[in-house]
Design a binder for this molecule. Structure first.
Ligand code: FES
Length: 143
């Protein structure tokens, strides 16, 4: 069996939503200290809906495919759903990732959450930290 699914290869070779949103409403940048890869997500939000999303990823093919898939999964979605996007959902949508590449999909989840927090912070809006996924659960993937 091939190491990477056709979907992973497709999103790696032809990533969706690459770029920058200059007037983004929320921007999130995260990195993985072990591999050094960095992911940045830009959100445009209107009426609690993600109307546009772009990403810049300086990282491996799995990170690029994960960013691409994650942006597709949240585009047009209400923030309540975006908050719930897990790396597991991204991985499943990609048709799976090898175990040693799961941390790449975690970057996508973390970057989206960071961008949402930035959106709430910029607007001075209160948010319930408990609604954000617990980053301590990522520990295993970061090693
Ligand atoms: Fe670091 Fe993929 S190897 S994000």
């Amino acid at each position: 069996m091939a190491l990477y699914s056709e979907k992973v290869m497709d999103h790696f070779r032809n990533p969706r939503n690459v770029g920058v949103i200059e007037d983004a409403d929320g921007v999130g940048e995260v990195g993985n200290a072990v591999c050094g890869d960095i992911m940045k997500i830009y959100l445009k939000i209107e009426d609690n809906i993600v109307t546009d999303v772009k990403f810049e990823t300086f990282g491996c093919g799995s990170a690029i495919a994960s960013s691409s898939m994650a942006t597709e999964l949240i585009k047009g979605k209400p923030l309540s759903e975006v908050l719930k996007l897990t790396n597991k959902a991204v991985t499943e949508a990609l048709g799976g990732l090898p175990a040693h590449k799961l941390h790449c999909s975690v970057l996508a989840e973390e970057a989206i959450q960071a961008a949402l927090k930035d959106y709430y912070d910029r607007r001075g809006m209160n948010y319930d930290p408990k609604k954000f996924l617990d980053s301590s659960s990522y520990e295993d993937f970061h090693r």
